[in-house]
Write a protein that binds this ligand. Structure first.
Ligand code: FES
Ligand code: FES
Length: 181
């Protein structure tokens, strides 16, 4: 297969579905997704810490899967769906259940790590929805994130609370469906 030759200085128009809306912007082949989101699209909710895939601050969801934006090139998301922390709240700006739990449990201080943690948690919570995860599992999931100031205990408490609440809601909905069957 013949691929077009890319010059390091050439610019490409990258188009993505960002938080449900089509957004297009120029990117050099080497431009990181973090820089593209922040500097080309103005989506500054995604933070940049280590730029080495270690701290997790830059975590976004690509096609629904949590990934490091600092280890992704902008051109790799062309034609794909990208969700960032800006898209978590409802359209009316109402915090979602996870954000509300973080607020209730004081699970953030400076907030630098929070955007990435929320994106990882929301992906992970959907995947474990059928059961209530253990504290150990939550801590393992969070091990991909470095928080310098909050300490992890309130973050774990917030995630566990949401997992339990979502499980109960799902359980009640299933019970309701069975009683009408
Ligand atoms: S900035 Fe991407 S993992 Fe730290
Ligand atoms: S809240 Fe400050 S680094 Fe996590």
């Amino acid at each position: 297969m013949n691929f077009p030759r890319l010059s390091k200085d050439s610019t490409h128009q990258v188009s993505t579905c960002l938080n449900g809306k089509t957004r297009t912007g120029p990117a050099e082949p080497r431009m990181l997704l973090t820089d593209w989101l922040r500097h080309q699209l103005g989506a500054t909710g995604t933070h940049v810490g280590c730029e080495h895939g270690v701290c997790g601050a830059c975590t976004v969801q690509i096609d629904g899967v949590a990934q490091r934006a600092c280890l992704t090139l902008a051109v790799q998301v062309d034609g794909r769906r990208v969700d960032t922390v800006e898209g978590i709240a409802g359209e009316d700006g109402q915090l979602n259940d996870l954000q509300s739990a973080f607020k209730r449990h004081h699970a953030l201080q400076c907030g630098f790590c929070t955007a990435g943690i929320l994106m990882s948690c929301s992906d992970w919570l959907q995947r474990v929805e059928a059961r209530v995860p253990t504290e150990t599992e939550v801590r393992e999931m969070l091990s991909g994130h470095i928080c310098r100031c909050t300490g992890y205990t309130p973050i774990v408490a917030a995630v566990l609370e949401v997992a339990r609440a979502r499980h109960q809601t799902r359980h009640a909905a299933l019970a309701g469906e069975r009683s009408h069957a």
